[in-house]
Design a binder for this molecule. Structure first.
Ligand SMILES: NC(=O)c1ccc[n+]([C@@H]2O[C@H](COP(=O)([O-])OP(=O)(O)OC[C@H]3O[C@@H](n4cnc5c(N)ncnc54)[C@H](O)[C@@H]3O)[C@@H](O)[C@H]2O)c1
Length: 374
């Protein structure tokens, strides 16, 4: 199943305006990228690089005109490949992306961008040095429902008190990172996007309820500037599938439920706030309760991953900075590192800071930059 990319590419008639894309890693999620980029008129999947022969057979069955390889060097040396999607397991994102960026390819990397913030920083530097676009697959930022929530968060009225998110399901259980690194990047990215800021502290606990070697359940508290609190619960062991984010403001409660096909966003125009006048007694304030309608705004149906791919193509074409670029990816990885430290310290509140030298013991084989691909 090793079709040489060079001969293959020569046989395909390309429209000069379409961008040649390669997808690296074509497991469960990577296959979606092949489908979507082939659906977009401005792009064409030129190659798929995948280590598993079974997966390559499946790509060949579904996309007969895509050329297949197990070797990253075939992609690197191919001038028709302008941009790549890195959709391998998280622990290989750094090594794979580093080589592609050094070869001048633009890269859209799945979340989490890397497994350490030092690696993320390095990728940002390489991308900048090669004038390459580096984007991370924080897919929910491209979800029309999340965008609608942001409109309500940003409205002048009301102050954000706190946010919380629940991302639970029965698996799928990953073998390279724990449930917090697998699931929480989405919610941290959503919070950062909604608030336009990053958390300053984290307190987290993890659990291994399935008796595995990695945490499969996590409870994460985050503190944002402006006294805004946030919380994320993730689990691979919960039969209730949930993809929910709630923002509580002084004048409304905004609910995003990705699994609700008819009312993805609901706004409860209710809230409680302090009345700024003389307190009743010492230390006691007056509060005002607001009770209003429940609104379910119309959300244009659009596939978030397709929006994300379109945005990537636009950034590559125009040089525009991605909404979820390397910096946003690094910001999320920094929080994940702080989560690891807090878990090690039994839930102690720890600052989110640049820990360039930090490597968590969970990642037993962090790739050295010199490593070749397996
Ligand atoms: N944005 C989202 O909503 C979303 C959803 C699912 C997965 N993901 C992310 O996508 C990535 C992949 O997840 P998945 O569920 O598809 O995993 P997967 O295990 O199904 O697929 C990964 C594939 O990468 C291949 N691979 C690994 N190293 C490779 C290399 N060096 N060269 C070529 N192929 C290689 C493996 O053989 C495997 O087929 C992860 O980072 C995950 O977090 C994101």
């Amino acid at each position: 199943m090793n079709r040489a990319i060079h001969s293959g590419v020569q046989q395909i008639a390309h429209d000069a305006k379409t961008m040649g894309i390669a997808v690296i890693g074509c497991g469960y999620w990577g296959m979606n990228y092949v489908r979507i980029f082939n659906e977009l008129v401005e792009a064409r999947v030129v190659a798929v690089c995948e280590q598993s022969p079974e997966r390559l057979k499946e790509v060949a069955r579904r996309f007969p005109n895509v050329y297949l390889t197990t070797q990253l060097d075939d992609v690197i040396s191919q001038p028709d490949v302008h941009a790549v999607v890195v959709c391998t397991e998280a622990t290989s994102h750094f090594n794979v992306t580093r080589r592609l960026l050094l070869a001048g390819k633009h890269a859209l990397v799945e979340k989490p961008l890397t497994t350490t913030s030092a690696y993320a920083k390095k990728l940002i530097e390489i991308a900048d040095a090669h004038s390459a676009t580096l984007m991370v697959g924080h897919t929910f930022i491209f979800n029309a429902g999340v965008r609608k929530v942001k409109e309500y968060v940003k409205q002048d009225s009301g102050r954000v008190y706190y946010l919380y998110a629940r991302r639970t399901n029965l698996g799928p259980i990953r073998r390279d990172v724990n449930a917090l690194w697998d699931l929480a990047p989405h919610d941290i990215a959503i919070f950062n996007y909604l608030l336009d800021r990053t958390p300053v502290w984290v307190s987290a606990i993890g659990g291994r309820v399935l008796g595995n070697s990695r945490d499969d359940v996590g409870f994460i508290s985050l503190g944002y500037p402006g006294n805004i609190l946030a919380h994320v619960h993730v689990s691979w062991a919960d039969p209730d599938k949930a993809r929910e984010v709630v923002v509580v403001k002084s004048d409304r409660r905004i609910v995003f439920d990705d699994l609700n096909g008819t009312e993805q966003v609901r706004v409860f125009e209710k809230g409680v706030s302090r009345v700024d006048e003389e307190p009743l007694n010492y230390g006691e304030s007056r509060f005002q309760i607001r009770d209003g309608d429940i609104i379910s705004p119309r959300i244009e149906p659009a596939e978030p991953l397709k929006n994300q791919c379109r945005h990537f193509l636009e950034c590559v074409r125009t040089g525009k900075r991605p909404v979820s670029g390397g910096v946003e990816g690094r910001d999320v990885v920094r929080v994940l590192e702080a989560i690891n430290r807090s878990i090690e310290l039994k839930g102690l509140q720890v600052p989110v800071e640049d820990k360039a030298d930090y490597v968590h013991p969970n990642f037993s084989a962090p790739e050295a930059p010199e490593c070749s691909l397996r």
